[in-house]
Write a protein that binds this ligand. Structure first.
Ligand code: PLP
Length: 419
């Protein structure tokens, strides 16, 4: 097996054999040889229906011909300039047209950089230091937010190397719990912002309960606290305007990533003009990057948003419902405890009999059983993220037949499992 051989080689030069923790799974990950549409091919010649989709960016599937063509054209004219381009304005305008709270945009290279800048900006704008985040939410790998995080870090939270003083001002509360926020806001002052993933996509997939996001909007407004939606996953995925359009709640700031770069590295911070104008050089809140707004990512992102305009969302929603209904249907006939979660083109299974509303509930899921389900699917040509604490995605390139094949594979795997 070439993957096994490559993994042995990789382990000598890359910590854990991978470049990002969640990519590692036992006995070893498969190595990619190429991909097209919804199919991912390994160096061993295996082909997988891909629901990991690089953890979210590939809403059009792999190597969409029009994105590839646009990027090729751009690369021939240069890959980065160190001076502004018209493309940056076009992409910023496209974001502002779609995302309700966006009046100005700062491009970054990753979601991590976007949330780091958002927290700094919120602190500067309000003159306060404390931030509230949710247990099990993941906002990237920087110091301010690695407190009770989700994603790969859910299994090893609170990384060493982060000074206690850096996270003293990062307070955490359970998701979908109004009382916890009310109590915290009454008990402490000096809160600059609430940073929230409107759908928790890094602890599986947990939707906000009816009215919860509006509650966050109301309480932040009443207390002059900024509300930041981290839409690195949900941005351009749930709707053109992301979760703020889907759930009709408008935050003060939004962080974007993944889809906004059309499969290339990119992040963005956007929001109300009055706040955004404090970013340097317009204001004095420092944020910078050699590759910020680089023309390759900008081109891919812009092309992706244009293709998405051609009416993809109802079909993504239909395929999401079809897959979730198929999974529920087959699980209802089995002797397994389960929850099938997710809105639109996001989904996940938890192996627990109890409803999953927050991090603590998600942690009760049988993760051993989940890994058996993951391995069983992989053997049958279906690739989902190798962790209970990630979310699965559907792309525009998945056809109904792919979904049907996936449901059949899941039935085959799950009928052999017990919890
Ligand atoms: N915020 C959320 C909600 C994410 O899911 C992620 C990554 O998965 C990030 C921020 C960090 O983005 P990046 O990996 O591009 O740094």
């Amino acid at each position: 097996m070439k993957s096994e051989e490559l993994f042995r080689r990789a382990s000598k030069v890359l910590p854990g054999g991978v470049s990002s923790p969640v990519r590692r799974f036992d006995p070893h990950p498969f190595f990619a040889a190429g991909a097209s549409g919804c199919m991912l091919e390994s160096v061993d010649g295996e082909r997988y229906i891909d629901y990991c989709l690089a953890y979210g960016p590939l809403i059009l599937g792999h190597a969409h011909p029009r994105v590839v063509e646009a990027v090729n054209d751009q690369i021939k004219r240069g890959t980065t300039y160190g001076v502004p381009t018209e493309g940056e304005i076009e992409l910023a305008e496209a974001i502002i047209e779609r995302v309700p709270c966006a009046e100005m945009v700062r491009f970054t290279n990753s979601g991590t950089e976007a949330t780091m800048a958002a927290v700094r900006l919120a602190r500067a704008f309000t003159g306060r230091d404390r931030i509230i985040k949710f247990e099990g939410s993941y906002h990237g790998a920087h110091d301010y937010v690695l407190v009770r995080p989700g994603s790969g870090a859910a299994t090893a939270p609170d990384s060493p190397g982060i000074p206690v003083d850096t996270v003293r001002n990062t307070l955490t509360v359970p998701f979908n719990n109004e009382e916890a926020i009310v109590e915290l806001i009454e008990a402490v002052d000096d809160i600059a912002c609430i940073l929230v993933e409107p759908v928790m996509g890094n602890i599986g997939c947990i939707e906000p309960e009816n009215g919860y996001l509006q509650f966050l909007r109301d309480i932040t407004r009443e207390n002059d606290i900024l509300l930041i939606f981290d839409e690195v996953i949900t941005g351009f995925r749930l709707a053109p305007g992301g979760a703020q359009e889907y759930y009709r709640v408008e935050p003060d700031l939004v962080t974007l990533g993944k889809i906004v770069g059309g499969g290339f590295p990119m992040g963005a911070l956007a929001g109300r003009r009055e706040i955004m104008e404090n970013i340097s050089p317009a204001g004095n809140v420092y944020q910078a990057g050699t590759f910020n707004g680089n023309p390759v990512s900008v081109t891919a992102g812009l092309q992706t948003l244009r293709i998405l305009d051609e009416g993809m969302y109802s079909d993504l929603e239909r395929k999401g419902s079809m897959l979730r209904a198929g999974l529920r249907d087959l699980l209802s006939d089995m002797d397994l405890e389960y929850q099938v979660a997710g809105p639109a083109s996001m989904f996940q299974i938890y192996f627990t009999g109890e409803e999953v509303r927050d991090y603590q509930d998600a942690k009760k899921s049988d993760t051993g059983l989940f890994m058996e389900y993951f391995c069983g699917l992989l053997e049958r040509g279906v690739f989902i993220p190798p962790s209970q604490f990630e979310c699965c995605f559907i792309s525009a390139a998945h056809e109904s037949e792919h979904i049907e094949t996936t449901i059949e594979a899941a039935e085959d795997v799950l009928s052999g499992l017990k919890n």
